[in-house]
Design a protein around this ligand. Structure first.
Ligand code: 13P
Length: 257
């Protein structure tokens, strides 16, 4: 049993078009009803759809999130988006260090840490994403890699700021592959992350920090993952593109003790 409010995010990645993004947001808001009170729900549309999706979310408790942010307030950074631009669109949370940004775009730990700093300094919430590759897992380096990413990503974060940080553990090999970590394997990593946070920020922060699992979460496997004591919800890719599937995952987070 956990006293932490579960958190479920829908990371739409570079998918959908404007009309289908609006329809998906509409369907999710309509389907949530009062259940949102028992689960923090976050939607991360592509940048060009933030405005439209934000209007649909309106005063609903669903949080509008961005998939990325730049480190500087403004200036000559072609193609980048600042924290104040996100604020203008009522965006309150941002993904930082997603594995696709680390491994496809090439962001390193130092840049991820700067983004965490910039986002927290601008009063945004942060979902810090971490995870090992398959080679690293096979080499027995999972904990070293994941805790290294956490140590670096949270290097300049204070205890009060940790209230605005969620960790997403997303094993790279499980993302978009249909291969999910077993609940026990995921739990082991989540427990290590929580132990590290307790050590670094104190037991109260360790106990309060939400740690989501991401990587091929579906309505079929969500409940058994969320039943693990240190798994506080999920960051959902493919299954978040269908309202029914996403809502079923939110319900699993709410009803799993
Ligand atoms: P999938 O759920 O498609 O595996 O993606 C997970 C993810 O990367 C969420 O950020």
């Amino acid at each position: 049993m956990t006293s932490r409010v579960p958190v479920v995010g829908g990371n739409w990645k570079m998918n959908l078009d404007l009309a289908s993004a609006a329809e998906l947001a509409d369907d999710i808001v309509a389907g949530l009803g009062a259940s949102e009170l028992q689960c923090d729900v976050m939607l991360f549309p592509p940048f060009p759809y933030l405005h439209t999706v934000g209007k649909i979310l309106g005063h609903h408790a669903v949080l509008l999130g961005a998939q990325n942010v730049w480190t500087e307030a403004n200036g000559a950074y072609t193609g980048e988006v600042s924290t104040s631009m996100l604020h203008d669109l009522a965006t309150t949370v941002v993904l930082v260090g997603h594995s696709e940004r680390r491994h496809v775009i090439g962001e390193d730990d130092a840049l991820v840490a700067r983004k965490v700093r910039a986002a927290l300094a601008a009063d945004l919430r942060v979902v810090l994403c971490v995870g090992e590759t398959l080679d690293q897992r096979h080499a027995g380096q999972t904990e070293t890699v994941v805790l290294g990413q956490i140590r670096s990503g949270l290097s300049d974060v204070t205890v009060p700021e940790m209230a605005r940080v969620v960790i997403a553990y997303e094993p790279v090999w499980a993302i978009g592959t249909g291969a999910t970590a077993t609940p026990e394997d995921a739990q082991a990593v989540h427990a290590s992350i929580r132990a590290w946070i307790s050590d670094r920020f104190g037991a109260a922060t360790g106990a309060a920090t939400r740690i989501q699992y991401g990587g091929s979460v579906t309505p079929r496997n969500a409940a058994e993952l969320f039943a693990q004591p240190d798994i506080d919800g999920g960051l959902i890719g493919g299954a978040s593109l269908k309202a029914d599937a996403f809502l079923a995952i939110v319900r699993a987070a709410i009803s799993t003790p």
